[in-house]
Ligand binder design. Sequence first.
Ligand code: T4K
Length: 377
Amino acid sequence: MKKFQKPIYVTRPLVPDEDDLFKSFRQILDSEWLTNMGDFHQLLEKELRAYLNVPHVSIYNNGTIALLIAIKALNLPKGSEIITTPFTFAATPHVISWNGMRPVFVDIEPDTYTISPSAIEKAITPRTSAILAVHVYGFPCDVDAIEGIARKHDLRVIYDGAHAFSTEIHGKSVCHWGDITMLSFHATKLFNTVEGGALVYNNEYLEQQLRDLRNFGFRSEFQVEGVGINGKMNEFQAAFGLQILKKVKEEQRMRAEIYDLYCNELASVEGIKIPVFPEGVSNSFQYFPIMVEGNKGYSRDTLYNGLRECNVFSRKYFYPLCSSYSAYSDLPSSSIDHLPVATVVSKQALCLPFYSKLGLKNVGDICHMIREITKEN
Ligand code: T4K
């Protein structure tokens, strides 16, 4: 079978035009202001507010620190329980534990891979303080149902929107829902600042709290409020992000072509299901996930390994489930019986290479390889 000469990865980052980037780096060097909420930092927050059309955005040195700070800012009772999904990246449960709270895992929905509202409701106890839900692959959680549950039980809602930078529900950014939404700006994300992240929130009262937590608690030279951390994004990353922001729409347009080609080419491959964004929800263009159902004589791992032999490095996002990590496997909520859908989905999910520079020709070749591998087995 044909093999790519060079490795094809699951994604490649958007990078700025060199001249534009070096011009802003020169400006930073001349100013001798390298970090601590300088001009580029302020400008990126402003541009993101406009881009997402949301009232409040604060930026951080990575998405995990942003999420850590989001939980801290809500002043939840120490030792309380936060209901979350096991079908996510390690950062999601880890920030709960780092805040001295206990993650309670519940199952996911079979079509959107997001946390199941009915499972949330069943897991609520007097110790529950919040829900940390993840917009997996940019598929929005059932935000209305979650809002209803949170109101009924007086719980806070934090969304991990690491994959959902461009997800909209009926034309409105998904960040409008919940108390706080985290966005990741890691190099592997549609919009990136090399490393970075943001919190989007709708409530004015969080503004000061988040500002304090991001900068050690310093409110002024001699006043420290609360137990803050260093969560600041530096000027070089903010300048990088400002250049990338200009390119996101075009990247989305090109990813849309790749998306359509994958859908057309793979539609006839038996045993592969392509998840569909619900009516009224825009594609996040973050990943191209497929589900390998395992009922046609080959498994997800057959395909993963077969592609590797062709120099194509797809990724099993998310396998294994976070509930199986050694830090969490002893929790009662980690039992496999309690997470049947997530257990199956984590054995079926595969993210195929998805970024504009991949090009349509390579997508065609990858689909040909997939047809060959699935036929052989
Ligand atoms: N919540 C969720 C749901 C998340 O998915 C993530 C991060 C977070 C929270 C935390 O946000 P951050 O703190 O990261 O902002 C990658 C990313 O490192 C991670 O950000 C991301 N999720 C996760 C899903 O994917 P790995 O371990 O798969 O990364 P790595 O190094 O294997 O990169 C994947 C591929 O990307 C490589 O095979 C090649 C390509 N790549 C990667 C880098 C770093 C490049 O082409 N250039 C690069 O610079 O975690």
